[in-house]
Ligand binder design. Sequence first.
Ligand code: HEC
Length: 117
Amino acid sequence: MNKSSIALFSALALFLSACGTPKAVVEQAAPAESTGMVAAKAKFPGYTAADFDAGQALYQGNCGRCHGLYGPRSHSEAQWSEVVPRMVVKANKKAQATVISPEGEQLILRYLFAASN
Ligand code: HEC
């Protein structure tokens, strides 16, 4: 992210918080009975709040290293399923270690699904 995009982002964040609609922030948590959690549980049998938290932690810990974190709603489910595997390769290559395993990749995809529905 360059300086002007950081400034723009800060201005946008200020503007949004001033309006009382911090959408980017709202996306972070999926309370147990949010529509996203209900949809994720229906789609992925056995999906739990702990899975959501684990996916969110992996996403936040690894996916903002080279660029800003994209909001879960910034891409469709089909787009995420194309982008995430591609980015997992990049993340592991950069870390020179398996920081995101195949299971971790699934947790991230499910987190993005739950957080965007
Ligand atoms: C090693 C650096 C690196 C890491 C780590 C990384 N990315 Fe990226 N990402 C890039 C680069 C470079 C691009 C632009 C080129 C491209 O699309 O391949 C990009 C582009 C993107 C895009 C826009 C591409 C599109 O087609 O819409 C998304 C979304 C994205 N990354 C998500 C993620 C997610 C999710 C993770 C974590 C799994 C992640 N990135 C981790 C380097 C990284």
